[in-house]
Design a protein around this ligand. Structure first.
Ligand SMILES: [Zn+2]
Ligand SMILES: [Zn+2]
Length: 133
């Protein structure tokens, strides 16, 4: 029953992602999910991640490190990227309501979504670089 197997794999991916707040990449998800489902392939993990993000069940984040990261928290929030250690953290800040509409008003294309990242030093790296502050 391939259909049942497929949904089990998707559930395993989704439940792994729901336990994490560090926005793992497909590789990290694959390495963890295969502990429980040894027959799963990296391609299957990619396909399911695409499907889940197309359905809006998870977020796909492209912070510019050449990798896609995934987030099970789909409530509006923004992200912070540490320029030193690369940590991708959740920020408890949401874009002002109407931000996309404002951007759209001066643009003749179609804006479908926004992805906002703040960049700087995470708490740990800030401590290391400037312990006196
Ligand atoms: Zn850092
Ligand atoms: Zn997030």
């Amino acid at each position: 029953m391939p259909q049942i197997r497929h949904s089990r794999q998707r559930e395993a991916i989704l439940s792994f992602l729901k336990d994490r707040t560090d926005h793992p990449t497909a590789d990290v998800i694959f390495e963890n999910v295969r502990q429980d489902l040894p027959n799963i392939s990296l391609g299957t993990v990619y396909r399911n991640l695409s499907l889940l993000s197309d359905r809006g069940e998870i977020l796909r984040i492209t912070p510019g490190d050449g990798k896609e990261h995934f987030d099970a928290c789909t409530a509006p929030h923004t992200h912070f990227i540490c320029r030193s250690c690369g940590a991708l953290l959740d920020l408890d800040y949401r874009m002002p309501a109407g931000a996309i509409r404002s951007a759209q008003s001066a643009f003749d294309g179609l804006i479908e979504r926004s992805e906002v990242h703040f960049i700087g030093l995470c708490g740990d790296c800030r401590e290391k670089e400037a312990p006196a502050l």
